[in-house]
Design a protein around this ligand. Sequence first.
Ligand SMILES: [Zn+2]
Length: 452
Amino acid sequence: MRIYAVIAALLAASSASLAQLSQSPGAVLYEGARLITGDDGPALERAAFLVENGRFTRVGRQGEVAAPDGAARVDLTGKTVIPALIDAHSHIGYMKDLTSGPQNYTRENVLDHMRRFAYFGVAASQAMGSDFGELPFVLRDELAAGVHADAARFLTAGRGLAPLEEISPANMRHAAYVVTTVEGARANVRELARMKVSIVKTWVDDRGGTIKPLAPELSRAIIDEAHANGLRVAVHATGLADAKALMRAGIDIFGHMIEDVDDELVALFKARPNTAILLALNAPRRVVARPWLNPPHPLILETVSPQQIARLQERLASQSPEAAAEARRAWDRLARGIRILAAAGVKIGVGTDGGGQTGDQFVGWTIHTEMENMVVAGMTPAQVLVAATRTSAEILGLADLGTVIAGKSADFVVLDANPLDDITNTRRISRVFLRGQEVNRARLRAEWATSR
Ligand SMILES: [Zn+2]
């Protein structure tokens, strides 16, 4: 079924897209840049790397990397190269300018979002349980096969599994499986396994005491059935007690930072080194500070309509002093927790919750603010870059992405300034390459400028 979807997409693809599929056969040697490979080592000054057939084949110092006869050479002196970024928690297809909802969930809009990710230097994004129907699986396979130019890879968890009271058309859980029994939950997970998801999404949150949360025996059944089918479970759970219970049940991924951290939680993480946490921090942080919005950063102006920018400015300006004070307290707690988890060596990845229902978490852009948030919280720029590349790729099972190492897919970003000096330099994007092919950012920019 997957193969047929890919073949159908191939037949439908334009000849330009088919050319993309064959990838650049010619060897290209990129030389002179500072290279941040995504591993733990220091940046490589005056590096060189060879790209052949869409892959890194040699990586080393300028002058020491041999290139085959006839290889093209690209001088990147003065630039910094990082592995393409990975957004491990997003919601694709809902947002469209001022509107957000399942009515926007079309082939065109999902592809537009994946092009936005590519524009911002993101090689892959994982939609966390808000997808529905056949479309996400078809597009996942097309994007994995490189059918669409200038677009990031799309990973889908399909429909998430939620308790009845979580489900609302207003929160992107309208299509979630309603979980009421252990057997039902197990059957839902098996259906997702047949659709070849790698991650199952669920929610464990009483929403401030307003709803009946997923019962522990149901979350345990979801985790158990997922593991039996070779899948991992990502959970929306921010409460400390919920987090501990889920850790003991074998949860794989927390989709958000936990609102508070104590010694017992740290001990649980240390005993389970494969349990990962994604820091989707944009919501509380931007209430406290949003230097990128006033005035809007040029990348926002290039990709988001003026009315959407104005709406976010108004929403944030109209926060009550009480709400702002609460956001500040929440942020301070989160930042303290992040410092503790990072110091304890917990596996931390980057998720943005981008494309969320309010329509304010601009697709693609938010990974750059999220990385800034993580540094403000107390991680170093080097730690954050590893989190946003190698670790996030590892969390999503993307063995081909996340580092600039011989053998990996040639997905990288060329920056005009060094993000180790200032993490906001990840926004100073000069060029983006996915599978060794340069993303045509000027074309995308022109398209977005004329479509609004
Ligand atoms: Zn989410």
